[in-house]
Design a protein around this ligand. Structure first.
Ligand code: SF4
Ligand code: SF4
Length: 446
């Protein structure tokens, strides 16, 4: 029963109205934001967890706590062939989606634009190259707004400039760095390098922002070179173009200044979907415009009026790259199976007596981030002809250690071949052949 004091209009106004949002508006925007944030988190987690890091000391990379040197050619080559193949498949399937959904430069530029719009007004966006001066909204012209924006951009630069450091140093070393504590892992002068990074980052998010995407990013051009007519693209519903009279909302929402109503096969669209969301939101809020938005992200060759199906189309284009990717995976697997966790060499030590080398250095490099003990054995020399500084070395983690092998001066003249063998408790073993020359004129050769 309707209470007597209420009119029918009152009752109607109390019925909750569910807005007829279309999928683009409700899913695309938050999904993209989550993916952008997850990418930033992953960018830190990948090196911080030891999954992938650059090792400046060994001159290689560290994968899952295992050092991979350039001499581990099958792992390096297979890995990059596999990654390159996967990326090419991605470019040809979904275009430059990396730029719109994953790229940290775009993420920070969008965030900087949002903060600028909020604090100084939309016309204060600094990426405008139209020649018009940036204009700050009258009601937002306050010192507090300028200062807050400056502090936010500086804070973001300080945090962003730390991300590359995770690829060179352990999280413990970075914590020492930010808390101004000494850490032997950190090179001297690192704070200066960091300050330069912060300055570059601040310049980027204060002034450059999407100008980098538009005019400087070669990676974006590279991705576009793999686009085909079937690649994911924006599609425009021409049959309802009357909705666009006096509307420019989608064009305004595009940070690349593309008009999504005129999609072209090889335009510079990065499939961010911002225009799709803009048009969907417009339609969901408008009382006059019926139906969903006029834009959508779609696969297929609509320019020829032909749609071959996403997977069929993808595999027809990606056959070669699929084979290359499988080859890369096989090469990588072969490299992993034959991975050598350690390496050693024997070479002349610096100390000489006269011109004759009597000391050799056994240099053992251990590549894995877990404890191991290595045992050294010399074959081919009598026990009274040499002495080892120690016959085993222990590693708590990856690193290099030297053991001096001293040859006594009672060796007769001539060539002496002997072999140094290093064996780990874990079962790894390697032999190194040394040729030592004792000449009548006191010479030595190895
Ligand atoms: S936002 Fe939608 S309605 Fe407006 S111009 Fe773009 S496509 Fe047309
Ligand atoms: S046209 Fe649309 S999808 Fe493409 S970059 Fe611009 S806003 Fe993003």
């Amino acid at each position: 029963m309707m209470p007597p004091e209420m009119t029918p209009d009152d009752v109607l106004s109390r019925i909750p109205v569910v807005e007829a949002h279309v999928p683009g508006a409700t899913i695309l925007h938050p999904l993209r934001r989550y993916i952008q944030i997850a990418t930033l988190v992953l960018l830190v987690l990948i090196p911080a967890s030891g999954l992938f890091r650059i090792d400046l000391v060994s001159g290689g990379v560290v994968m899952l706590g295992w050092q991979v040197w350039f001499s581990d050619i099958f792992i390096i080559m297979g890995f990059w062939i596999l990654i390159a193949s996967l990326l090419i498949m991605m470019y040809s399937l979904v275009g430059a989606v990396f730029c719109g959904w994953l790229c940290p430069q775009n993420t920070v530029s969008e965030w900087a634009n949002a903060m600028t719009s909020k604090l100084l007004g939309r016309r204060a966006l600094m990426m405008d190259t139209s020649g018009e001066r940036m204009q700050v909204a009258t009601q937002r012209k306050s010192l507090a707004n300028y200062m807050l924006l400056g502090l936010l951009l500086l804070g973001a630069s300080l945090v962003y400039a730390l991300i590359p450091m995770f690829y060179f140093f352990s999280p413990q070393a970075i914590w020492s760095f930010v808390s101004f504590r000494y850490d032997p892992e950190l090179a001297g002068g690192l704070h200066w390098i960091y300050i330069v990074f912060v300055f570059l980052m601040l310049t980027d998010i204060t002034i450059i922002r999407h100008l980098l995407c538009k005019y400087m990013c070669i990676y974006r051009v590279w991705q576009h070179s793999f686009k085909t007519r079937d690649t994911l693209h924006i599609s425009y519903d021409d049959s309802r173009s009357d909705h666009c009279a006096n509307c420019h909302y989608c064009v305004d929402s595009c940070f690349l200044d593309i008009d999504p109503r005129r999609p072209e096969v090889f335009d510079s669209c990065v499939n961010c979907g911002a225009c799709v969301v803009a048009c969907d939101q417009l339609h969901s809020k408008s009382k006059k415009l019926e139906g969903p938005g006029l834009l959508r992200l779609t696969f297929g060759d609509e320019w020829k009026g032909k749609y071959r199906g996403m997977l069929g189309s993808f595999f027809s284009r990606a056959r070669t790259v699929t084979i290359t990717g499988i080859a890369g995976a096989l090469i990588f697997s072969y490299g992993v199976v034959n991975y050598q966790p350690a390496s050693f060499s024997v070479y002349r030590a610096d100390s000489e007596q006269g011109n004759m080398v009597l000391n050799y250095r056994v240099n053992i490099a251990y590549k894995v981030d877990r404890p191991e003990t290595m045992h050294i054995r010399v074959d081919g020399l009598a026990a009274d002809e040499f002495s080892l500084q120690k016959d085993s070395v222990h590693f708590d983690t990856s690193g290099r250690k030297d053991v001096i092998l001293h040859l006594r001066d009672n060796l007769p003249e001539g060539l002496h071949r002997f072999r140094v063998t290093v064996t780990s408790d874990g079962g790894w073993t390697k032999k190194f052949q040394v040729v030592h020359f004792v000449g009548s004129k006191v010479q030595a050769k190895s």
